[in-house]
Ligand binder design. Structure first.
Ligand SMILES: *Cc1c(COP(=O)(O)O)cnc(C)c1O
Length: 468
């Protein structure tokens, strides 16, 4: 009778494959990649990028063998990667990946868990509970804080601002989750003029308008000028930052959060890479008052060196976050165990808590603090070397960011271009205070003092080549 039902030859053959061979090959290619990471160009060569065209093909009708798939990926894909798991990638604000985090991710990928509900994956649920507790512990955040595990800070900010919007409107007797914004009372959104683009994106998605904001002027480090704040009241959503994406600067949380708390405003902090500074007592000058906010967004995949797709939304008012993310009724029913989807916009999700847990476990509390301290020290070292050679460092190096300017905009752009094709290290460009800058972001545990020296020397060599 079974013969009457369809069975795919393709799937039959895939079912008979030996996973042993597949994973061994993946392991072999991965180790090869990591063993060469220090000697290869940090950015793919033009030829490697050209070779990525190999992937441009129509999907064949016939299946490909698993071994061949991995070989293609290794040959063409690997060469087209940016070597950010080495020590000399300083572009954007990225991060490295700790060995334990990588190993845990491999194992977790084999499990392929769905972190939506406890009943779908008890282990994912348990590790979310633990990661929530450890994160609060490491960052010294209030015990009542609830945390959702999302893909990154963009989503986390979206969640935090939605929670803030609903909270303020609820206090005005209006339920935005149920009624939408059509007849909602107006609330004011206050952002610094140096806010990250993802803040405006989130505001536009949640109906508050990316441009209908009060922009507060900032000082030369990108910090909101406190004496230029508009009137703050219970209808105000304030967005601050812990770590300006260019300068790394931190807003004056103590002044602004105290005022906001007193007036019952909501403060969200974009702490994509800077929130982890709370882990270090040496960073207290920058983080003072940061715990007084209502919600915070951060990434595990930047300065903490967890793998990608690791964002966290932290909210002091746990129920407000859950209510905003969980549209099933007027009150929440928490089950006996943690159901991760209550805290996030998504339902089915990767169990990212697996590698986040491994990251924390690998570093320990002291390790997180020392990671923060090292990134800071190495950024200062980088800045010291280049400024001793006569280049301008345009920011106060308060954390891991260094903005370098060489003579004028044209020369700085030339410097960036030559750095990017050198293969020695990689850094991006940005504009700061109307000047072109090369932005160095020290984000990886892998970066050694030697890597800093090699990279800084390359800058000096190129500037001599360009001449004055
Ligand atoms: C990277 C970054 C973001 C966006 O985070 P994603 O994880 O890329 O979504 C937001 N704000 C700041 C300051 C950032 O550095």
């Amino acid at each position: 009778m079974r013969r009457d039902y369809f069975e795919s030859d393709i799937l039959k053959s895939i079912r008979s494959e030996k996973l042993d061979d597949t994973l061994s090959l993946a392991r072999e290619f991965s180790l090869q990649y990591m063993n060469e990471i220090h000697d290869r160009n940090v950015y793919p060569q033009a030829e490697d990028i050209q070779n990525l065209d190999y992937f441009h093909e129509d999907l064949a009708d016939q299946p490909e063998k698993t071994e061949a798939i991995l070989e293609i990926l290794n040959r063409y894909g690997s060469a087209g990667t940016v070597a950010q798991t080495g020590g000399r990638y300083f572009g954007f604000v990225n991060g490295g990946i700790l060995p334990a985090s990588l190993g845990a991710k491999w194992l977790g990928d084999t499990w392929d868990q769905n972190a939506a509900l406890y009943v779908i994956s008890p282990v994912a649920s348990k590790l979310e509970v633990v990661c929530e507790k450890w994160t609060k512990d490491v960052l010294n955040l209030p015990a009542e804080t609830g945390i959702g595990f999302v893909g990154g800070s963009s989503t986390a900010t979206l969640c935090g601002l939605t929670a803030g919007r609903n909270y303020l409107l609820n206090n005005l007797g209006y339920d935005a989750s149920k009624q939408g914004l059509f007849n909602a009372p107006e609330i004011n959104v206050v952002v610094g003029e140096a806010a990250h683009s993802t803040v405006f994106k989130a505001l536009s998605i949640i109906g508050l308008g990316g441009e209908r904001v009060i922009r507060v002027p900032c000082d030369d480090q990108g910090r909101m000028k406190v004496d230029e704040l508009p009137e703050i009241d219970h209808k105000t959503l304030i967005i601050l930052q812990a770590g300006n994406v260019n300068t790394g600067a931190f807003d004056d949380f103590e002044s602004i959060c105290s005022l906001a708390n007193e007036k019952k405003a909501w403060v969200h902090v974009d702490g994509a890479f800077g929130l982890w500074a709370l882990a270090s007592s040496k960073m207290e000058h920058a983080t003072k008052g940061l715990q007084l906010a209502d919600s915070w967004s951060t990434d595990g995949h930047k300065t903490l060196n967890a793998p990608y797709d690791n964002g966290l939304i932290l909210c002091r008012h746990k129920d407000v976050l859950v209510e905003a993310m969980h549209m099933t009724g007027s009150y929440i029913i928490y089950s006996e165990h943690r159901d991760g989807m209550l805290f996030t916009p998504e339902m089915s999700r990767r169990a990212r808590s697996i590698e986040l847990w491994a990251t924390f476990k690998s570093l320990g509390k002291r390790g997180v603090a020392e990671l923060v301290d090292e990134l800071h020290e190495k950024a200062k070292y980088f800045a010291d070397i280049v400024s001793n050679e006569g280049l301008d460092v345009l920011n106060d190096v308060v954390f891991n960011q260094v903005l370098i300017h060489f003579r004028d905009d044209i020369k700085t752009e030339e410097l960036i271009k030559r750095v990017q094709t050198s293969g020695v290290f990689w850094a991006g460009g940005a504009s700061w205070l109307g000047k072109k800058v090369m932005r160095i972001s020290v984000c990886s545990y892998k970066t050694s003092y030697e890597d800093i020296e090699i990279s800084a020397k390359e800058i000096i060599r190129i500037t001599k080549e360009i001449g004055s």
